[in-house]
Every structure is written in structure tokens, then in C-alpha cells.
Design a protein around this ligand. Structure first.
Ligand code: HEC
Length: 238
């Protein structure tokens, strides 16, 4: 019995060690895919579509596709392609891939097949691992990121807005009492959000300005949340 226990704990130790070493190995091409929760999006069927079905910003699934895609992207793609789709140089910047049928064809090719060079997996093949819905949601997320050059024009104004929101949040005054100060900031951010472009050519950017506006709904934490979104978004935009 003692032996058995010893054997079990040895097995456990070996398993622990090999988990550590595989996770190191996995830091390269061989990933454990993270399931993507695609609830709320319509099922797309078995056959791969040729074009992103959720490209239209007026379509009913656009917003949800971006949400699902953000999570799917950050879990499965960000460690190589960069947080928030801002590439650190390890792998191509996916914000630049053209949001049209040609870009989609190339996107799917890489998504499904991955990329192997000289027997080394540089990018895992996701075709068998993640669903078609996850693929297009991630596509929608990356193609709707703001063009960094376009963002740059507005960084100064957005920083100013961020500062004002931070001091409002710190003042401790309830959001409900600050309406007249918040409204002009919202209007300004709406204008900015309408002017920010995508690098992919997708019709509408889901920018940090748009996200901050959406958060300013008058609820108690809304000002702090909007300030936080701007802080994170603007530091990533640099
Ligand atoms: C282990 C690192 C790694 C992970 C994880 C990864 N990729 Fe890649 N990806 C790469 C590399 C490296 C390339 C460049 C391959 C080449 O030279 O064509 C690439 C290329 C691509 C391309 C072609 C881009 C272009 O401009 O040519 C697309 C599209 C792509 N990846 C999508 C994704 C998506 C979507 C995910 C997540 C579901 C993902 N990748 C996860 C490493 C990775």
C-alpha cells in the first residue's frame, strides 16, 4: 500500500513536471485551444463561408461578434499576435488584413491550416479546434480595431477627456449629479468615434472612444469605468 501511494505520488510529481515542461514547449506553436463561448451568435453551419457574415456594422450580430471575438482572440491569438491585436512583432498585425473577400480567404487559410515552417509549427491550425462562429467572430474583432494612425490624431483629445473623467470619479460626486459635465464629453467622444477609421477598411471602427461613450450611462461606477477603458485603450494605442 505504501509503495502504491509512493508510486501514485511519483506519478503525480512526474505529471506535474511534465505539465510544466509541456507548457513551456507550448509557448511555441503547440497550443491548448481555449473554447470560445459563441452563444448569442447564429449558427453558421458545417461549410466554411467565403466572407465574414458579420462585417456590416448595422447588422444585428455585429456588436456580439466583436464581444465574442475579443474574448476568443485574447485567449487564442494574443500571445503571438499581440494584446488588443496590436502586434509586438512576433506575428503579423491582424488589424491590417483587408476586410474584404480576399482578406477573408487568406484569414481562413491561416486560421484553418495554421503555419508550419521547416517542420516547426509557427502557428497552430485552428480549423479542427475552434468553431466557424469563433473564427468569424475573431475576424470581426480584429478588423474593427482602430487604425493606429487614425487614432493618433485623437490621442491628445482623448487623454484630456480621460483626465476630466478621472478627476470626476475621484471627486466622489454621484454620476447622476455630473450629467451637465459629462454630456459634452460624450458628444465629443461620439464625434471622435465617428472619425476614427480602421486599418482593414472595415466600415466602422470599434474604438476606445465608442466603448467609453457606451459605458457612460449615469450608473454609479460609469465614470470610473469609462476612465479605465480610456486609460487601458490609450496606453495600448501607443
Ligand atoms: C503560436 C503563435 C501564433 C498563434 C497562437 C496564432 N498565430 Fe496567427 N500567425 C503566427 C505567425 C508566426 C504567422 C505568420 C505566418 C506567415 O509567415 O505567414 C501568423 C499568421 C497569421 C495570419 C496571416 C496574417 C497575414 O497578414 O499574413 C492570420 C490571419 C492569423 N495568423 C490568424 C491567427 C488567429 C485568428 C489566431 C488565433 C485564433 C492566431 N493567428 C494564433 C503565429 C500565431
Amino acid at each position: 500500500m505504501k509503495r502504491l501511494l509512493a508510486a501514485i505520488s511519483l506519478t503525480a510529481a512526474v505529471a506535474a513536471v511534465s505539465t510544466i515542461s509541456t507548457s513551456k514547449v507550448r509557448a511555441h506553436g503547440d497550443v491548448t485551444p481555449q473554447a470560445v463561448d459563441t452563444s448569442g451568435l447564429p449558427a453558421l453551419g458545417e461549410n466554411w463561408l467565403e466572407e465574414n457574415p458579420w462585417r456590416d456594422p448595422d447588422g444585428k450580430d455585429w456588436r456580439r461578434a466583436i464581444e465574442v471575438g475579443a474574448s476568443g482572440y485574447n485567449q487564442n491569438c494574443a500571445r503571438c499576435h499581440g494584446l488588443g491585436a496590436v502586434s509586438g512583432g512576433l506575428a503579423p498585425d491582424l488589424r491590417m488584413l483587408s476586410a474584404d473577400i480576399d482578406g477573408d480567404e487568406w484569414y481562413l487559410e491561416r486560421f484553418i491550416q495554421g503555419y508550419t515552417q521547416g517542420g516547426i509549427t509557427k502557428m497552430p491550425a485552428f480549423g479542427e479546434l475552434l468553431s466557424q462562429e469563433a473564427a468569424w467572430a475573431i475576424r470581426t474583432y480584429v478588423e474593427t480595431r482602430a487604425d493606429p494612425d487614425s487614432m493618433e490624431e485623437y490621442l491628445g483629445s482623448l487623454q484630456d477627456i480621460r483626465k476630466k473623467l478621472v478627476s470626476m470619479a475621484e471627486s466622489g460626486k454621484p454620476a447622476g449629479d455630473l450629467g451637465s459635465e459629462i454630456e459634452p464629453l460624450k458628444t465629443q467622444m461620439q464625434e471622435i468615434s465617428g472619425s476614427i477609421e480602421t486599418a482593414s477598411g472595415a466600415p466602422k471602427a470599434d474604438s476606445v472612444a465608442a466603448n467609453a461613450v457606451a459605458l457612460l450611462d449615469g450608473s454609479p461606477q460609469s465614470i470610473a469605468n469609462a476612465a479605465e477603458v480610456l486609460t487601458v485603450g490609450l496606453s495600448a494605442a501607443k
